[in-house]
Design a protein around this ligand. Structure first.
Ligand SMILES: *Cc1c(COP(=O)(O)O)cnc(C)c1O
Length: 256
């Protein structure tokens, strides 16, 4: 069974350090054209299905951003008294499907940093209204999720409709801060075939959104890349990688 040895050689600590080194190397190896507009990418440690002890170990090893994609699990971990006291500076990312009836719950968790999965104008307006009512001093960070692989079972707005949604967020949702775009993409893409087409599509969406709103590339983050392909994602310009299994071990079950 897993044992926690904070900061000194626990499995999670070791795996996390290896990932951080690979992110640094992949960042340093980027072409100047990519480096020019893309800062050092943020690592989101995806802790879904994993016990809070692993979150705490990763936090003590220096990790700050964590992602969950199941509402109940996110709420439970974010409000956990031990995580609250031992991880005061933790930053939570919601990376799973957002149902309207759970939105209020998610938006009320402590240390919420970012909703990565805004896929419709209706959801954006709902989040905007909930955030306004809660009376926060700062805007709520969001990514617009794009269904780059256009698979029916994947959530996200179609690539051709991204600017329509970002326009709605910018014009009609004053309590939301459009931080970037996110994609999951098709699983099991074989990188020996060339650059992942889902990431290329997200880059094109970024270009379209930036042109539409007169933004610079560095003003719109891109969330792409998971355990299997985060180094590749960084090489083509990811600014936010979501890495789970190579840090916390493979999952015996998927939430939902
Ligand atoms: C589970 C999950 C991840 C992490 O997947 P790994 O392959 O374990 O790194 C990243 N993003 C989303 C949206 C996920 O649901």
């Amino acid at each position: 069974m897993f044992r926690v040895m904070a900061g000194d050689g626990g499995e999670v600590t070791k795996a996390l350090r290896a990932v951080v080194l690979k992110i640094k190397a992949a960042t340093a190896a980027r072409s100047p054209e990519v480096s020019e507009w893309c800062a050092v990418p943020r690592l989101v440690a995806v802790s879904k299905t994993k016990p809070k002890e692993m979150v705490i170990e990763a936090y003590l090893a220096g990790q700050r951003h964590f992602g969950e994609n199941y509402v109940q699990e996110l709420v439970a971990k974010a409000a956990d008294p031990e995580i609250l006291t031992r991880c005061p500076d933790i930053r939570w990312h919601m990376i799973g499907p957002m149902q309207s009836n759970k939105a209020k719950k998610v938006l009320s968790i402590p240390n919420l940093f970012l909703i990565e999965t805004v896929h419709s104008a209706k959801l954006a307006s709902l989040l905007d209204a909930i955030w306004a009512k809660a009376g926060h001093q700062h805007r709520l960070n969001i990514y617009v999720q794009v269904n780059t692989s256009e698979e029916a079972q994947k959530s996200g707005v179609a690539p051709g409709e991204v600017t329509q949604l970002t326009e709605h967020v910018i014009n009609n949702c004053p309590n939301l801060n459009l931080l970037g775009l996110m994609t999951i993409g098709a699983y099991d893409y074989d990188l020996s075939l060339g650059p992942n087409p889902d990431f290329q599509r997200l880059l094109q969406c970024r270009d379209a959104v930036c042109a539409h709103h007169s933004l610079h590339h560095h003003q719109l983050e891109l969330s792409m890349g998971m355990s299997a392909d985060y180094e590749h994602a960084i090489s083509v310009g990811s600014s936010n990688v979501r890495v789970g299994s190579v840090i916390f071990g493979s999952r015996s079950h998927e939430p939902q």
